[in-house]
Structures are given as structure tokens and as C-alpha cells.
Design a protein around this ligand. Structure first.
Ligand SMILES: Cc1cc2nc3c(=O)[nH]c(=O)nc-3n(C[C@H](O)[C@H](O)[C@H](O)COP(=O)(O)OP(=O)(O)OC[C@H]3O[C@@H](n4cnc5c(N)ncnc54)[C@H](O)[C@@H]3O)c2cc1C
Length: 368
């Protein structure tokens, strides 16, 4: 058995800790904050297979979906729900893109099916707006982002061979050891650094030439919605973001509304296990980011939600922004290995929650 030092307590670091423990390695995991509070807890908790690019990205997402389900069964706090999703069409051109996806050779593996308006309402009775139909994806799933990390850590700690060390900023990593800001050194045969969007921290020298950018998203959560959403929801604007929809028929999509274009908005809705609706999002790339959130896209996203559901949603309880690290090439993530015993993993973009268990598994396979 060898010892692995993981830097970063987000979902990528935590899944690496889990994957290392699965292989019998002893793990010590350092986290800068008292409790991780960045992208991994600010997201929708969507395990999103439907929109993945065909080929390796889809296969990785499918593997991740299997692992999430296994984890959900072993660790109930993860809150895994195999609810699937509906991407709802309100324009004929959106329906045409969905129909083209369903015609692709990988449609069965994706678990996608085209539904008319009545079938959509049957699948999710809360969808009572003016709609034309929907793309159903049975492989999409939901987890609870505020619960996943503590639940996984509790599970790992119960199994032994795992120590979580919060409130420690790793200041230097090299083969065999990581030093933190208190001066303590953490020794390991392998060092895995998962810094999220903190590209300028301990991993800066390793990421200097990596194809990475950062993206800031705005999100909100309502008070509990008095009805169960049987699926996650997306709107037609999401067809512009996910690579699965880069199909010839996408050229006929109507131009985005000005607010959608300005804020690069799409609607995603995930209901929390406790009933609240998590609603987003926007995409902003130019830094420095505003420290305040902007009301304009929120009004648009609420109106879109209400237009799909055909009813008012409860008052918004919380608003926040989150930043993720995104690879700018067509790789699934950035995995830099400056030494056989050191690896830096980040850049999973808006699919990090989804892909995390499978990416961690791959890293451990590469290291072995
Ligand atoms: C608003 C939003 C919505 C999203 N929705 C989804 C979704 O629904 N589905 C999906 O698949 N993906 C989604 N994503 C993407 C996903 O959340 C991210 O890809 C993923 O959480 C990245 O995880 P991470 O561990 O790399 O980063 P983070 O969560 O940022 O974690 C990195 C951690 O490392 C710690 N750290 C950094 N440097 C050091 C250091 N020197 N020493 C110690 N600790 C350090 C930080 O404190 C932090 O806790 C979303 C992202 C955002 C922002």
C-alpha cells in the first residue's frame, strides 16, 4: 500500500481520495477552507449525460454515471436520484435538433428519446407551460451538492486509512511531499493536486502553459416548490451549449434573445431533495469578475422557468455566483504530470460534478 496526498477538498479532490482508497492506498487530503465552498458546492448537482460530446466524453460520462449510482447506493447522503431530464422545446427548430440527436447511432447509449407535448407532461406533470415536446434523457441524474463532500468524507473516514485536513493551504508540492502554510509537511508516494479554479496557487508553475480559462456563473434557489419535479429541466437555449447538439439542424435555431446572448444564459432547473428549485445559469469569461450578481439574467431565468412550468415559482431564497476551471481544447480535463509522482487535475468545466468519479478513476489507473 502507498500513501497519496490529495490537495483540494472539492469534488475532484474528494473523488481522487475515494478512488485512491478503493485501490487500497492511504490518503491524506488537504483543503484550504474550513469546509470546501467553491464550485463543487455551488452547482446544480446535475449528473448530465445527455449533452456530452459523442465518443470518449460520452463514454467517460456513462462510466461516471455508473460510479455515481454505486456511490449513491453506498453513501445515502450523496442524494443520488436517477430522475433523468427533459430538455423542453418551445420552438420547432429546437424540436428538430432534438430529433436529429435521437437519430444518432449513440442515442440508445445516451438514453434519449423525443417526446411530444402530451408525453412530456406525462413524464413530468409539473411541466404545464406552452411547449412543443422534449428530449428525454433517462441517464441524467441528480445529487445534492451541499451534501456530497461531507457525506463522502464521512464514508471514507469510517473505512479508515483516510484523513481530511481542513484549513491548510498547500504552499508547495513536489515529489514525495506537500508543504502547507503552517510549515507542516505531508509526505506521500504520490501527490495529486486538484485546485479547481485557483490556477495561480500551489499548482501555478505546473499550469502555466495549460489550455485553461475560468468561467463565472450566476445561480439562484427558490423556496420549496410545492410539487415534485420528476425530472431535471433544461430549455432550448441549452442546445447552444452542449456539444452533443452540434448537429446540422442547429444552424436553424432562432437567434438567442438579447439577454440570452449578453449573459450567455441557458435554463437548467434541478429540484433539491428538500423541494427547493436550483435555477441557473449564465456564463461570463472576462476577468476581473464583478463581485456583485446582476439581476437582469435572474429575471429572464425566472420567466423561462415559469413559462415551462406554466405557473409562478416560489420566491427566491438565495442567489450566488460560482467559478469553474475549463479546458479550452477538446480534452475532458487538464491532467498535468510534471513528475511520475505528481499530478495536477482540473479544467473539467461545467461537467466536473458529472465526470468526477470517472476522471479520478482514470488518474489512479494512469498512476498505477
Ligand atoms: C455555478 C456552477 C454550476 C455547475 N453545475 C454543474 C452541474 O450541475 N453538473 C456538473 O457536472 N458540473 C457542474 N459545474 C461544474 C463543477 O461544479 C466543477 O467542474 C467542479 O465542482 C470542479 O471541482 P474541483 O474540485 O476541481 O473544484 P472546486 O470545487 O473549486 O474545489 C477546489 C478546492 O481546492 C481547494 N484548494 C485550492 N488550492 C488549494 C491549496 N493550495 N491548498 C489547499 N486547498 C486548495 C479550494 O479551497 C477548493 O475547495 C458547475 C459549476 C458551477 C460554478
Amino acid at each position: 500500500m502507498s500513501r497519496v496526498v490529495v490537495v483540494g477538498g472539492g469534488v475532484i479532490g474528494t473523488m481522487h481520495a475515494w478512488a485512491a482508497r478503493r485501490r487500497g492506498h492511504e490518503v491524506v487530503q488537504l483543503e484550504a477552507d474550513a469546509e470546501p465552498r467553491r464550485a463543487s458546492v455551488r452547482n446544480f448537482g446535475l449528473v448530465w449525460v445527455s449533452g456530452r460530446a459523442p465518443g470518449p466524453e460520452l463514454e467517460l460520462a456513462l462510466r461516471a454515471r455508473v460510479l455515481w449510482e454505486e456511490l449513491g447506493a453506498a453513501v445515502s447522503g450523496v442524494g443520488f436520484r436517477p430522475d433523468g431530464s427533459l430538455t423542453v422545446a418551445q420552438h420547432p427548430a429546437e424540436l428538430a435538433v432534438m430529433a436529429e440527436l435521437v437519430d444518432q447511432a449513440d442515442a440508445d447509449r445516451r438514453g434519449v428519446q423525443l417526446l411530444d407535448a402530451d408525453e412530456t407532461r406525462e413524464r413530468n406533470p409539473a411541466v404545464r407551460g406552452e411547449i412543443l415536446g422534449a428530449l428525454s434523457c433517462t441517464r441524467d441524474a441528480i445529487v445534492e451538492p451541499r451534501q456530497v463532500l461531507p457525506a463522502l468524507r464521512t464514508h471514507l473516514a469510517a473505512g479508515g486509512g483516510y484523513a481530511f485536513v481542513p484549513g491548510r493551504i498547500a504552499t508547495h508540492g513536489e515529489p514525495g511531499r506537500v508543504a502547507d502554510h503552517t510549515g507542516e509537511a505531508h509526505e506521500g508516494d504520490v501527490v495529486v493536486v486538484c485546485p479547481g479554479a485557483m490556477h495561480d496557487g500551489v499548482a501555478a508553475e505546473f499550469l502555466a502553459d495549460a489550455p485553461l480559462r475560468r468561467c463565472r456563473l450566476q445561480m439562484m434557489q427558490t423556496e420549496p416548490f410545492g410539487e415534485r419535479l420528476t425530472t431535471a429541466l433544461a430549455d432550448g437555449d441549452s442546445l447552444r451549449y452542449y456539444p452533443a447538439f452540434e448537429l446540422p439542424s442547429a444552424a436553424a435555431l432562432p437567434p438567442p434573445a438579447p439577454v440570452v446572448a449578453e449573459y450567455r444564459a441557458q435554463l437548467l432547473v434541478a429540484q433539491r431533495a428538500s423541494g427547493e428549485l436550483t435555477i441557473g445559469d449564465t456564463h461570463h469569461y472576462d476577468e476581473p469578475y464583478d463581485f456583485a450578481v446582476d439581476e437582469v439574467p435572474y429575471a429572464h431565468l425566472l420567466a423561462r422557468t415559469e413559462s415551462l412550468l406554466g405557473r409562478a415559482v416560489p420566491p427566491v431564497q438565495r442567489r450566488w455566483a460560482g467559478v469553474y476551471s475549463q479546458a479550452t481544447d477538446d480534452s475532458r480535463c487538464v491532467r498535468v504530470r510534471p513528475d511520475p509522482r505528481v499530478v495536477v487535475v482540473t479544467g473539467l468545466g461545467g461537467r466536473g460534478m458529472t465526470l468526477s468519479p470517472a476522471v479520478a478513476e482514470q488518474t489512479m489507473e494512469e498512476l498505477s
